[in-house]
Design a protein around this ligand. Structure first.
Ligand SMILES: O=c1[nH]cnc2c1ncn2[C@@H]1O[C@H](COP(=O)(O)OP(=O)(O)O)[C@@H](O)[C@H]1O
Length: 237
């Protein structure tokens, strides 16, 4: 389906080996159905009927530090927020699917060590860092999102360690900083960044935390989203 805009149909996964069991989780989905649920419901309820493919837990995390540095002495970068370029071309947060028997926080810390080399003795995620949980019935996933504020110095150290992590060059193609400023044309910076493709509901998670952590106001985020839409209408098919 070269250059077609519609869905390319179900891929043939018969020869995907070990990937067959999980490859469907990351496939683009035209009917995203993320429903916000409480942490307790996500953990305590039985999801799915007996005999059906069970729901799996996945957890991802945003690490950030307040900034204030000015780009060209003009545009204040409100925070350093770490995201990543994934193997599949999407932008997302580090994290992943829990292995059988793992608690969500244990699995998240394991994934963060593998994907970005986060040192668990210095930065370990706990229930205290939990922000949001979602269920997606299409993908049979329970998604948990965590957020941690660190100092700018720590954030830069964490970012540097990424390229020595086990998954660097495989599942993680590089750390990405979110441009937390907008140029005077009202487009370059955060609005154009938001026009990228984000995995799952990573964009909503990013915007939720930007507001919750008082990095930008709801109104400022709304303006960035509107300017993103104007940019897309003019330049993207
Ligand atoms: O940053 C994110 N926010 C929300 N959901 C995500 C994010 N990254 C991935 N997901 C969803 O969770 C699924 C599993 O995540 P991931 O691909 O990181 O797992 P893995 O590293 O264990 O293969 C993805 O296929 C996608 O549906």
């Amino acid at each position: 389906c070269w250059l077609q805009t519609e869905n390319c149909g179900e891929p043939d996964v018969s020869e995907w080996g070990v990937l067959t069991a999980t490859e469907g989780y990351g496939r683009p989905d035209s009917q995203e159905d993320y429903e916000q649920i409480s942490y307790e419901d996500a953990m305590g309820k039985t999801w799915g009927k007996n005999g059906e493919k069970p729901y799996r837990h996945a957890a991802h995390a945003m690490i950030y530090a307040p900034d204030g540095k000015k780009l060209w002495d003009m545009y204040e970068n409100k925070a350093v927020i770490l995201m990543m370029m994934r193997f599949d071309g999407y932008i997302g947060f580090p994290g992943g699917i829990m292995d059988d028997g793992e608690t969500v926080e244990f699995g998240l810390n394991r994934e963060l060590e593998e994907e970005i080399g986060l040192d668990p003795t210095r930065h370990s995620f706990t229930k205290e860092d939990h922000v949001l949980s979602y269920v997606t019935h299409n993908k049979r996933l329970l998604l948990h999102f965590y957020c941690k504020k660190v100092t700018l110095e720590e954030c830069l150290e964490i970012e540097k360690r990424t390229i020595d992590a086990d998954e660097y060059g495989w599942e993680v193609l590089g750390p990405i900083r979110v441009p937390m400023f907008t140029l005077n044309d009202n487009e370059r910076g955060l609005p154009i960044f938001l026009s990228n493709k984000f995995i799952g509901n990573a964009k909503e998670e990013l915007l939720y935390c930007i507001e919750k952590e008082n990095i930008m106001t709801k109104e400022e985020i709304q303006v960035a989203l509107e300017n993103c839409e104007k940019f897309k209408a003019r330049y993207m098919r």
